[in-house]
Write a protein that binds this ligand. Structure first.
Ligand SMILES: *Cc1c(COP(=O)(O)O)cnc(C)c1O
Length: 413
């Protein structure tokens, strides 16, 4: 068998929706983006949803919107994709990295210990789709002692009067927290619609706004639409309607808008998400857990607990007591048998660029520990039952091969 890691979900409905965009002759931002924003509003119960051309763009835009800049600090976990920290660096601010808990989410105790008068935002990352401990993070940003050291320097910062709580929800569309869509837990939640994510627009993202009073989320929505379009007060779609050619540039915006032809893909997927695509992912997650449960090497990932349910974006298998080299050997066996797997993530302090600016993995021991024994297995709606069974057999075979051989080597040496 040959099992890819995470192919996009493209059925007839997706193809039809894209063709519809092509046939109407409107391919950039227009009605499909509006329709996708509306679906996202319904799915998340947010106060506003703004589609952009990637998670990364959305994060840079929101940090800039809040006025994060030179000398500011933003707390992020060491265990994430590079974009979580790069968006901060692109604003001239410093990503202050902290370690994670055993469920891969940011450690709230570490977050609290790193807050200074320069801290402007915290970005939690919902690794594999599991929401962070947002109640604890909310408590931290609302703590009167912490609020009292917050130093607002922009109008938005004064309006909020505290540290901005952001969610890197690149993995977690559809996740819940205390029975409600998890996106409602943070001021700003950003999804990614990159090709490998649960919902894709090839490249894309969505900013969910849930800003507390006195913010007017509708007003911020209108502002962000303009912000994502060079600061232009009228989009191309509005301009195309009759004698409406004159526009103005109101401020120095970015070019980060999502095209309709991309939105069409996500639109067709999201209509099937809650009822079909997400439950199919969950089934595979549960099948893996049931199949591996009896093996003492299996560390079960958290898909769900008393307060949270994730979006089953990844199946982050961890194998007890193995070294990084043994993990790599297991991956090699799996790939040889036709099962393509992945590792989520190489902690940022292990990457060349982050090392060159002073981060060191020694300061994040749990991030290293989780990384060293992690293998992300294929999990997506198109996987058939025989394919899932084949993956399970392959994993069991590869783990035993590597663990047994290494035991033997130890005995012989
Ligand atoms: C994919 C991903 C991103 C980046 O998303 P883009 O849409 O490609 O910018 C950010 N954070 C995490 C955790 C991701 O997995």
């Amino acid at each position: 068998m040959n099992i890819p890691f995470s192919p996009p979900f493209i059925d007839q409905a997706v193809i039809d929706e894209v063709l519809d965009s092509l046939r109407t002759n409107w391919i950039t931002s227009g009605p499909k983006v509006k329709a996708l924003e509306y679906e996202l509003l319904n799915l998340t119960g947010s106060k506003a949803t703004v589609c952009v051309n990637s998670w990364t763009s959305g994060a840079i835009m929101m940090l800039k919107w809040f006025g994060v800049g030179d000398g500011d600090e933003v707390i992020v976990p060491a265990y994430s994709y590079c974009a979580t920290a790069l968006c901060v660096l692109h604003c001239g601010a410093i990503p202050v990295m902290v370690d994670i808990l055993d469920d891969f989410t940011i450690d709230p105790v570490m977050v609290k210990s790193k807050i200074t008068s320069k801290t402007k935002a915290i970005i939690g990352v919902d690794i594999a789709g599991l929401p962070c401990n947002y109640n604890e993070l909310r408590e931290i940003v609302n703590d009167p002692a912490i609020k009292s050291i917050f130093k607002p320097v922009t109008a938005k910062q004064s309006e909020l009067g505290r540290i901005l709580l952001m969610s890197d929800a690149a993995h977690s569309i559809g996740a819940t927290y205390e029975g409600l869509p998890a996106a409602q837990k943070c001021d700003v939640t950003i999804f990614s619609f990159h090709a490998v994510k649960n919902i894709t627009t090839a490249e894309g993202g969505c900013i969910c706004l849930n800003l507390p009073p006195p913010f007017d989320n509708q007003e911020e929505y209108s502002f962000l639409k303009i912000f994502s379009l060079n600061g232009q007060n009228k989009d191309a779609f509005a301009k195309s309607k009759g004698a409406n050619w004159r526009y103005d540039i109101l401020f120095k915006g970015f070019k980060m808008n999502m095209p309709d032809i991309c939105a069409a893909i996500g639109l067709a997927q999201i209509r099937q998400y809650s009822n079909t695509l997400l439950p199919l992912r969950k089934n595979i997650f549960l099948k893996y857990c049931a199949a591996f449960k009896s093996y003492d090497w299996f560390i079960e990932p958290t898909g769900k607990d008393e307060i949270r349910e994730g979006s089953y974006h990844l199946f982050p298998l961890r194998i007890k007591g193995i070294t990084e080299a043994e993990r790599d050997q297991i991956i090699e066996s799996l790939v040889n048998w036709g099962v393509i797997v992945n590792v989520h993530f190489i902690p940022m302090p292990m990457l060349t660029y982050f090392k060159s600016i002073g981060y060191a993995i020694e300061n994040y021991p749990n991030s290293y520990k989780q990384f060293a024994c992690e293998i992300s297995l294929p999990i997506y709606p198109q996987l058939s039952d025989p394919e899932v069974d084949f993956i399970i057999e392959s994993v069991i075979g590869a783990v035993h091969q590597v663990v047994e051989i290494n035991k033997l080597v130890k005995v012989l040496s």
